[in-house]
Design a protein around this ligand. Structure first.
Ligand code: COA
Length: 425
């Protein structure tokens, strides 16, 4: 076997970001992903945030690598007929339509399960069953309703959303795991099943440590939060904690040389207890190794602002890369704040395929994030995203076994609008 999922065929009904991240991962693992798009427009992201007029946007191209695209108007009788045929030929249907869309299209789970009892039907919705189940959801709504926003930002500022797409891409990752798990179970049960992930649930799962802190609050203040050292009382919910470390090892973002003009001249510094003595030596405070106010982690907790201010005096004398090198020599955990520009130019990320250059027929070369999950027996070659309807005829021919005449009839019905391919015979 050359690719882990090479015998798996996915009927990809996803759009925008959450669902496409999931099916892109499955495609990278070798699945044949057939993206079904609405004739004319296709996935709405093709036309959103376009940097080059009339060329598929980076938004679309960076989320839909290694897929095939067919157009199908699933609201027409012919479209429904073709969709039914495709369901019979696929292993997994993935969708992230708004609530009730698949039902309105005429394909509730019970119907799909009858059409193909082995088909796994995987869905992303904004919310699970409950008061909000009928609501549409986008990334930042999920960040807000899943607990991330209330715990991100500074205590005295607004709730903040993060640039990491934990609502969309995070939920896509959860769904991908659900799908491969259902595929594995099917090898024994022979049956398909439903896999559902709500974006709110996915974000809450990623915000798990903040629900931990919510419960710790009942037993006293959260001593690793800066506000404890500042003497500010805690309320009844997990507060925003700025850049305080979420773990048991206090950390902060500290200025480095050049911070006055470079918005990313900072480093994340963790005062890991195991290396405290070495930290004291490096910053020039050897007495702190034995001083009762600084020598132990509990003694340090009320003094974190003072301690980090002192460490920052040292980091400000170094660039973030110099600090990284010096601190790592002594095994002190730290990380420079890397800009997207720096990441795009990072040679090691290029070498591992985490950042890849892809060639596209209408856009030319562009950078993308490749597969961050590395399988030693399932290599990944990132190929460009498909043009709208590029594979309509190919899929009708290869997957449904249609003749040239049947393909011509499908085009005549108006259910598809992909480019007619002469190779239809
Ligand atoms: N042929 C014909 N009609 C199609 C079609 C096709 N190939 N593909 C989609 N449609 C139709 C649907 O049938 C639906 O019609 P209906 O409302 O008349 O039943 C319509 O397109 C709209 O679908 P919907 O998914 O509701 O799109 P939207 O643009 O209104 O909403 C979201 C977008 C993302 C808000 C919504 O899909 C959603 O909440 N998804 C779940 C959560 C999610 O994944 N959010 C994050 C996205 S990154």
């Amino acid at each position: 076997m050359e690719k882990a999922l090479q015998d798996v065929r996915i009927l990809d009904f996803t759009h925008v970001q959450s669902g496409p991240t999931c099916t892109q991962l499955l495609a990278w693992f070798g699945a044949d992903v057939i993206k079904v798009e609405r004739p004319g427009t296709g996935d709405i992201t093709r036309g959103q945030l376009q940097d080059i007029p009339n060329v598929d946007s980076l938004y679309f191209t960076m989320l839909n690598h290694n897929k095939r695209s067919i157009t199908l108007d699933t609201k027409t009788a012919k479209g429904k007929e073709l969709l039914t045929e495709l369901m019979r030929k696929c292993d997994v249907l993935v969708e992230n339509f708004g609530p009730g869309v698949l039902d309105r299209m005429g394909f509730p789970w019970e119907t799909i399960h009858k059409i193909n009892p082995k088909l796994i039907v995987a869905s992303i919705k904004g919310f699970g069953p409950g008061p909000y189940e009928d609501c549409k959801v986008y990334e930042n709504i999920a960040q807000c309703t899943g607990g991330a926003a209330s715990t991100t930002g500074f205590r005295d500022g607004l709730p903040l959303v993060t640039g990491a797409q934990i609502g969309d891409s995070g939920t896509g990752l959860h769904l991908a795991l659900g799908i491969v798990t259902a595929l594995y179970q099917r090898t024994q049960s022979g049956r398909g099943q439903r896999v559902t992930v709500a974006m709110q649930d996915g974000v809450l799962n990623l915000s798990r440590v903040k629900l931990r802190d919510q419960q710790r609050l009942a037993h006293g203040p959260l001593k690793e939060y800066s506000q404890y050292g500042e003497g500010i009382p805690f309320g009844d919910a997990t507060p925003r904690a700025g850049n305080d470390s979420g773990g048991g090892q206090p950390g902060r973002i500290l200025k480095c040389k050049g911070w006055e003009s470079d918005p990313n001249a900072y480093i994340y510094f963790i005062t890991q207890a195991q290396v405290w003595d070495r930290i004291c030596d490096i910053i020039g405070e050897p007495d702190w190794k034995t001083h009762p106010d600084y020598a132990t982690p509990p003694a340090r907790l009320p003094r974190l602002n003072e301690i980090f201010a002192r460490i920052e005096q040292w980091t400000m004398t170094k660039t973030k890369f110099e600090a990284m090198e010096i601190l790592n020599r002594d095994n002190i955990p730290c990380g420079p704040i890397l800009s997207m520009k720096e990441l795009a130019e990072d040679a090691s990320l290029r070498a591992t395929g985490t950042v890849v250059e892809v060639d596209h027929p209408t856009r030319g070369k562009y950078l993308s994030v490749g597969n961050p999950i590395k399988l030693s027996d399932s290599p990944v070659e990132v190929t460009r995203s498909p043009l709208l309807g590029e594979h309509t005829d190919e899929v009708l021919r290869e997957v449904l076994g249609f003749s040239a005449q049947q393909i011509a009839d499908v085009h005549a019905s108006g259910a598809v609008d992909g480019p007619r391919q002469q190779a239809a015979e």
